[in-house]
Design a protein around this ligand. Structure first.
Ligand SMILES: Cc1ncc(COP(=O)(O)O)c(C=O)c1O
Length: 447
């Protein structure tokens, strides 16, 4: 993306502040290319080392990334709240937005009755003294995790899975440390890792989870932590199978000091069982979010792990945010105990399974390759993703470009299609549009 923003400054600090200001105001939007080091140095009349130092600082803070011959660019979600960029543009009229990775709001349980019940049952407003992990939620969380074979001893509550993962990485790693992540992987995690100043090491994924050889390579390269998505891997839909779990465990046994983080964000929405790596190494944690089955705005996840790791997370939280509101904890406990809510979640699970399988089948019938074993997304390798994304937009569909999910090391293109907004009738026309976009036959109007 060519951008005309004048970066200013005569020192590394001024130059990086100028770039940051451009990101904040939206004049350097996500994906914007920064000038090559030598070009900017000549423009500003400073040494290349000064510009290189500014770019390095920006990279360590996760604002920009450098991808070989593509040069240095603003990351897709830099850790600076933009004044203009932060305002989300509504999707263009008539566009079917399949780019979000969000659950279908129609399939989420209605929170109203439980909110009213929580309000009615509140003994008194909680004080600082009463706050923390609410025992009833902890007991329910333990039982649910234990039923899935997770060896729960210590447990705490965080503001969602990503909050838990951030706290875990901060508790064990220091800037510059390596962390093994899935590739393709969840864009928000890749951005978080960059913002923490950690170095992501790619572990390829297939439908059964992280590749064994890839994990072995990442660990041999010095990764101090590994983040694995248990089920509904974003973007590929992979889920760790029983065999893969055993193989990954056997590799991890050789690295007892590595922190293993499992992200079970799909939780009750997943139709395949959990196969956990919990307890293979001394430091481990499994985070289970309620965002996908019950609603992203609940901002809650339960986090279990070895005692030292959970104590670090909880102890650090006490010094900052303190705890996850007990109002939210009570609400989730109420949802977890309601049979009607459980039935609604089960029917959501079936609906996602149907939409995903139908889309995968429709794409396969048209000669395309599609992955989507679990979850709410379908991952479609395509030859030139920028062109395919643009052609699909012309045809009335927004999809996510694969680049958001890569570390930049893979030359292969792909798109991610979120099935949440799709109904049965929409699947055939969408598959036709994808085929037309891939084969360059111009726009097929499907919406
Ligand atoms: C892999 C993965 N983990 C976690 C989440 C959600 O986590 P949170 O609990 O922070 O909402 C998502 C949401 O898309 C995801 O794709």
């Amino acid at each position: 993306m060519a951008v005309r923003y004048q970066i200013r400054g005569s020192s590394a600090a001024d130059i990086s502040a100028s770039v940051e200001a451009g990101v904040r105001t939206g004049e350097l939007p996500p994906g914007a290319a920064l000038p090559p080091v030598r070009t900017l140095a000549a423009t500003l009349g400073v040494s290349p080392a000064t510009v290189a130092s500014a770019y390095r600082t920006l990279r360590q803070r996760g604002l920009v990334e450098t991808a070989g011959r593509h040069g240095t660019r603003v990351r897709s979600r830099p850790p600076v709240a933009g004044t203009r960029a932060a305002r989300r543009l509504p999707p263009a009229a008539g566009l079917c937005d399949l780019s979000t990775g969000e659950p279908d709001p129609r399939l989420l349980p209605d929170l109203g009755p439980h909110l009213r019940q929580v309000a009615a049952d509140l003994p008194a407003p909680a004080s600082y003294r009463d706050a923390g992990t609410w025992p009833e939620l902890a007991a329910l969380g333990r039982a649910r995790l234990a039923a899935d074979g997770v060896p729960v001893t210590a447990l705490t509550v965080t503001s969602g899975a990503l909050d838990g993962i951030e706290r875990l990485l901060a508790a064990h790693l220091r800037p510059g440390d390596r962390v093994a992540v899935e590739e393709p992987g969840w864009a928000n995690l890749l951005d978080l890792v960059a913002a923490l100043g950690l170095e992501a090491v790619a572990v390829p994924v297939d439908e059964d989870g992280p590749a064994v050889a890839g994990l072995r390579r990442a660990l041999a390269s010095g990764a101090r932590a590994v983040v694995v998505t248990s089920r509904a891997q974003n973007p590929t839909g992979a889920a760790v199978s029983a065999d893969r779990c055993a193989q990954l465990r056997s590799v991890l046994t050789g690295y007892p000091q590595v922190l293993v983080v499992e992200d079970d964000h799909a939780a009750e929405l997943s139709s395949v069982p959990l196969h956990t790596l919990a307890g293979t190494t001394a430091s481990w944690a499994l985070v289970r979010s309620v965002s996908k089955p019950y609603g992203p705005d609940l901002r809650l996840a339960v986090l279990t792990g070895d005692e030292a790791t959970v104590a670090r997370v909880e102890g650090r939280m006490r010094l900052g945010a303190g705890w996850t509101s007990t109002l939210l904890q009570r609400l989730v406990a109420a949802l977890w105990q309601d049979d009607q809510v459980a039935a609604k979640v089960a029917s959501a699970r079936e609906a996602y399974d149907r939409r995903r399988s139908a889309l995968c089948q429709a794409l396969t019938e048209r000669g395309l390759v599609a992955y989507g074993r679990t979850g709410i997304n379908v991952w479609v390798p395509v030859p030139d993703e920028t062109r395919v994304v643009a052609a699909l937009r012309e045809a009335g569909y927004a999809v996510a470009p694969g680049a958001l999910h890569r570390l930049g090391t893979s030359p292969e293109g792909a798109i991610r299609i979120t099935v949440s907004p799709l109904d049965e009738a929409g699947i055939g026309p969408l598959a036709d549009a994808v085929l037309a976009a891939v084969s360059g036959r111009g726009a097929a109007h499907g919406v």
